[in-house]
Write a protein that binds this ligand. Sequence first.
Ligand code: ADP
Length: 298
Amino acid sequence: MNGSHNNQFAGIAAGIAATTGEPFEVTRAQSIGGGCINEALRLEGNGQSYFVKLNRADRLAMFEAEAAGLETIVDAGALRAPRPIALGVAGHQSWLALEYIEFGRASAITSDHLGEQLAALHRVSAEAFGWQRDNTIGATEQVNTWTVDWLEFLREHRLGFQLRLAGERGAPPALLERGRRLLECLPAFFAGHQPAPSLLHGDLWGGNWAPDTSGAPVVFDPAVYYGDREADLAMTELFGGFNDRFYHSYRLAWPWDSGYATRKVLYNLYHILNHYNLFGGGYANQARDMIEQLLAAA
Ligand code: ADP
C-alpha cells in the first residue's frame, strides 16, 4: 500500500483513537490477505499496532458479536486471545480492530498449555446454556437463547436450526427426515453424561489457534457460547491441528465422560451441516453418513 493510506484509513484510525483516548495516525498499513470471511489489515502508527478486520457495512453486528466473544475469553483469564480495541463503520465497510499479536513457533510445551488452558476456560460456567447474544458460526447465524436444558438447546438451536437451513437450501428430503429422526433420539447419547454449561470457544478448528512469539497458545475467531465442553473437544478432532500432548494435558486437567466417542459425532454434525449450508457439495453425504452412524448407535 502507498502514501494514500493516511486518507484511506482515517475513519478507522479516528475510531480507534476515540475509543483508546490515544492519538493514532496510520503511518504503515499492510494487507494480511484474509481469513475465511473477512479482509484483514495491520495498521501501525504512534507506536501502536492493530489487526483490523473489514467487511461489508451491514456486517457490523457480526463484528460486535466477535468483539464481545473475544472480550469474554480475555476476561476469563484462562487462555490468550486478542483483546478487542474498537469497531465501527467507515464509508461502505464495517471494521473491527484487535490487539495485534505476533505469532511465532510452538515450543515443546505449547500444546500442553493449550490443553490445560482450554480445560480452565471450560471451568468457567453459567446458569444456563447459551449466551448474552446471538453470533455467527462461519457466516451463518448462531442462536444462543439462554436454555436450562442442554438437550433442548442442542435440538432447537444447534442441530434443528441447521437442519431447517438445510431444508431451505434444498437438501435431499431423506437427509432431512433422518436428521429429524435423530433429534428425537438425543437422550440416548447422554446416559452417564450431564454436561454443565462451559464457556466454549465454539469454532475451535486447527486454523483458529496459533502460538505467539513466546510459544504461548492464542485462540482467535471464536463463536462463543456456554455449552457442553465436549463440543469444543469434538471440533478439535474434526479437521486436525491438535496433537496427542494437547489431549493428554486436557484429560489430566479434566477427564471426559464415557460415551464421548459417539457424542463427538453428534457435535461435529452441527459443523458439517453448517458447511453444507455454506458450501453445499459433498457435505450432504458426510452429514448423511454421520446421521446414519448416530442412528445405528442410538
Ligand atoms: P476470519 O474471521 O476472516 O476467518 P481470522 O480471525 O481467522 O479471520 O484471522 C485470519 C488470520 O489472521 C488468522 O489465521 C491469523 O493468522 C491472523 N490473525 C488473527 N487475529 C490476529 C491478531 N489479533 N493479530 C495478528 N494476526 C491475527
